[in-house]
Design a protein around this ligand. Structure first.
Ligand code: CA
Length: 236
C-alpha cells in the first residue's frame, strides 16, 4: 500500500498559543509502516504545549512498543517532567495514535477527545470515542449530540495523559484499503464543524486540500480553539 499524508495546525482566532501537536510535523508519503498522531495539550501558561510535545516525542521514540505501550511511554514522560518542574504540575494532553503496517492494518490507541475519522466510499465514520463528560451523558441517553455540542462542560475530559500512572487506553484495529482517507484532528476541528461539514471538507481532491479546508472552515466558524488536522490517503 502507499500512504500519503498532509498535516496542518493553526492557533485559531481566540487562543494566544497553540497547545496542539501532530506527528509527523510535515506532509509526506511512504509504503509503510507509518506512525501518525495528534495531541491536544492543556494546562496553565506553556504547560499544555509542553505536554502535547512530550506526548508525540515520547510516543514516537518508543519504537519497540505496541500502540498502547507508546501511549503509556508518553504518559510516563509527562508525569516525570511534571514531577521535576512543579510549575508544570497539572499539565495534561490527549493522544490519538495510529501505527499503520505496509499491508494496511492500522492499530490505534486513544485517550481524550481528539478524534479519528475514516472516510470510505463517501461515508464518514468516527473510529474513536470521546473521553468527555458530555459523551458519557450521550451514551447514557441523557443528552443528544446537538445538546452536547453547546453544553458548558463539553470540553471536560474524563481521561487524559499526565494525570495518573494507570491511564486507561482505548485500542482498536482497522484494515485500510485503497481509496480510504483517514483524519486525525483536535477538537478545534469538530467543535466548530459538525460531521456533515467535516465529511464535505474531506471530499476535496488532495490530503493537503482537506487539511486546509478543515482549518479554514473551523476558523470561519469562529476558530475558538487550536485547530489541527492530519489526513492520510491510502492507495494501492
Ligand atoms: Ca483543544
Amino acid at each position: 500500500m502507499n500512504f500519503q499524508w498532509a498535516v496542518g495546525t493553526h492557533r485559531g482566532l481566540v487562543r494566544r498559543g497553540n497547545e496542539d501537536a501532530a506527528y509527523p510535523a510535515t506532509s509526506g508519503k511512504s509504503d509503510g509502516p507509518v506512525l501518525i498522531m495528534v495531541a491536544d495539550g492543556m494546562g496553565g501558561a506553556v504547560a499544555g504545549e509542553v505536554a502535547s510535545r512530550l506526548a508525540v516525542q515520547h510516543a514516537s521514540d518508543a519504537e519497540d512498543s505496541d500502540v498502547a505501550g507508546r501511549v503509556r511511554a508518553a504518559n510516563e514522560a509527562i508525569l516525570a517532567e511534571a514531577e521535576q518542574h512543579p510549575e508544570l504540575a497539572g499539565m495534561g494532553t490527549t493522544l490519538t495514535l495510529f501505527a499503520i503496517e505496509p499491508d494496511g492494518v492500522a492499530r490505534f490507541a486513544h485517550v481524550g477527545d481528539s478524534r479519528a475519522y475514516l472516510l470510505r466510499e463517501e461515508e464518514l465514520r468516527q473510529l474513536t470515542i470521546d473521553h468527555t463528560v458530555v459523551n458519557q451523558y450521550i451514551r447514557a441517553g441523557k443528552l443528544t449530540r446537538e445538546e452536547a455540542a453547546i453544553h458548558p462542560q463539553r470540553s471536560m475530559l474524563t481521561r487524559a495523559l499526565g494525570l495518573t500512572p494507570n491511564v486507561e487506553i482505548d485500542t482498536g484495529e482497522e484494515t485500510l484499503t485503497s481509496g480510504d482517507r483517514l483524519l486525525l484532528c483536535s477538537d478545534g476541528v469538530n467543535s466548530m464543524l459538525d460531521d456533515d461539514r467535516i465529511a464535505e471538507a474531506m471530499t476535496v481532491d488532495t490530503a493537503e486540500e482537506v487539511v486546509w479546508a478543515l482549518i479554514e472552515g473551523a476558523n470561519r466558524a469562529g476558530g475558538h480553539d487550536n485547530i489541527t488536522a492530519l489526513v492520510l490517503d491510502v492507495a494501492d
